[in-house]
Design a protein around this ligand. Structure first.
Ligand SMILES: Cc1ncc(COP(=O)(O)O)c(C=O)c1O
Length: 413
């Protein structure tokens, strides 16, 4: 069980106000808030052992290197990777996916090859593949949504797999619909056709236990800032044998073993992919975020969030003219704590503005998933609230009040 009252005390921002009202932060799918332990670990590095990593042979440089490596080991364990050699630090999920498309993709995807993604991808797992397809003359295919517009159509997946794509790239959790995709089963099907599998874990790693060995994906990408850690640091996990065969896309310091005037050899994993001075402070902060999540337990986090999401969906389903995009509460097992919604014909930006006046932070727009929101949901924008470990049912009461206010201002029945 989670003690949310005491968890909330760990987050300094949660005792602040927005527009004179207690802050109700429901934009966790965009970025999460940070506990004091993360902020303090970053500050401690700068205050007491700030030094560059790897080459130093003095005490504080060794300490910084040790903490950086500890963070990587922490991440490896968190997702059950074989070891920290399989953990590449990047800026974020976006950079991780681009790294795969630029390095593995450029070397392995040729003219006429198929790349398979889905209609529910974030632009970060769509644009890099569009660019690669254009560069290499490959064909980009999509797994369709089913009739409910809430889930992937498995028939469409199977049909597309008959084309033997070189890679299947799919999100584990949709940042618009909240849908949880069965990436383990998708991975198994894709491997039967010889495809590599990339899982976009931006919306899953913060909220549920992740086991990359069990999923058996070849690549897994996620961001620290959505899981209590700092911005500016993300992860690309890949199976060791795949990373060994991949070339770096950025050259410079730290990623080499030897250099002469006209050639060089690569450093060992994972350093081959981390050119230049690393984001040391944020890596250390990320390690602290993982410590914090581990202390609560990812199973506990997942079940707490499903509880509050189910409650919210049930309440929302009782309100006239509120439309939910994504699976309903009776499919809670296939759903995360992201709820996209609309109120009558009120524009999503107007909804967000009224919420803001009530101290509630939500997001409105296409959520970087334009093909999904525009083509599949038929909306120019949707409002989205998204929960995390510190959100409570009583905060949701303020959401219900804000919805009443929106309805009153815009004269929705
Ligand atoms: C499903 C999904 N993939 C990728 C991203 C991109 O994450 P980042 O901006 O941290 O690179 C996001 C961010 O919202 C996301 O929701």
């Amino acid at each position: 069980m989670m003690d949310v009252k005491s968890i909330r005390k760990d987050f300094p921002i949660l005792s602040t106000k927005m527009n004179g009202k207690p802050l109700v932060y429901l934009d966790n799918a965009a970025t999460s808030q940070k506990p004091a332990s993360v902020i303090e670990r970053i500050s401690e590095y700068y205050r007491t052992y700030n030094a560059n990593i790897h080459r130093g042979i003095y005490k504080i440089a060794e300490e910084a290197t040790e903490e950086y490596i500890k963070s990587k080991n922490n991440v490896a364990k968190f997702i059950n990777a074989a070891g920290m050699e399989e953990i590449i630090y990047t800026k974020n999920t976006t950079e991780s996916i681009n790294l795969v498309a630029l390095s593995w993709g450029s070397a392995n995807i040729k003219k006429g090859d198929h790349i398979l993604i889905t209609e529910m991808e974030h632009h970060s797992n769509l644009v890099p593949w569009q660019l690669l397809a254009k560069r290499n003359g490959a064909i980009l295919d999509y797994v369709k949504l089913d009739k409910s517009r809430n889930h992937l159509d498995i028939g469409s997946l199977e049909e597309q797999l008959e084309k033997d794509p070189k890679i299947v790239a799919v999100t584990q959790v949709s940042n618009v619909l909240g849908t949880i995709n069965d990436v383990k089963s998708i991975s198994k099907k894709a491997h039967k056709h010889g495809a590599k599998v990339l899982v976009d874990g931006a919306q899953s790693a913060p909220h549920m236990p992740i086991d990359v060995k069990s999923i058996d994906c070849d690549f897994f990408a996620f961001s620290s800032h959505k899981m209590l850690g700092p911005t500016g640091i993300g992860v690309l996990y890949a199976k060791r044998e795949i990373l060994e065969g991949m070339s770096p896309i950025i050259g410079g310091g730290d990623m080499i073993s030897t250099v002469d005037y006209y050639s060089c050899t690569w450093n060992e994993l994972p350093w081959k992919f981390e050119a230049g001075t690393s984001n040391i402070a944020d890596a250390i902060g990320f390690g602290a975020a993982i410590d914090y999540l581990n202390k609560i337990g990812m199973e506990n986090i997942h079940s707490y969030e499903q509880g509050i999401t189910k409650y919210a969906l049930q309440e929302l389903s009782n309100i006239k003219n509120v439309k939910i995009f994504g699976p309903s509460y009776d499919e809670i097992k296939r759903r995360s704590g992201v709820i996209s919604f609309g109120i009558g014909n009120v524009h999503a930006h107007d909804i967000a503005q009224v919420f803001d006046s009530e101290g509630i932070a939500i997001r409105a727009g296409h959520h970087c998933a334009m093909p999904l929101v525009t083509n599949e949901l038929g909306q120019s924008a949707v409002a989205r609230m998204s929960f995390y470990i510190y959100n409570t049912k009583s905060e949701f009461e303020t959401v219900l009040n804000a919805i009443r206010k929106v309805k009153k201002i815009f004269m929705v029945d």
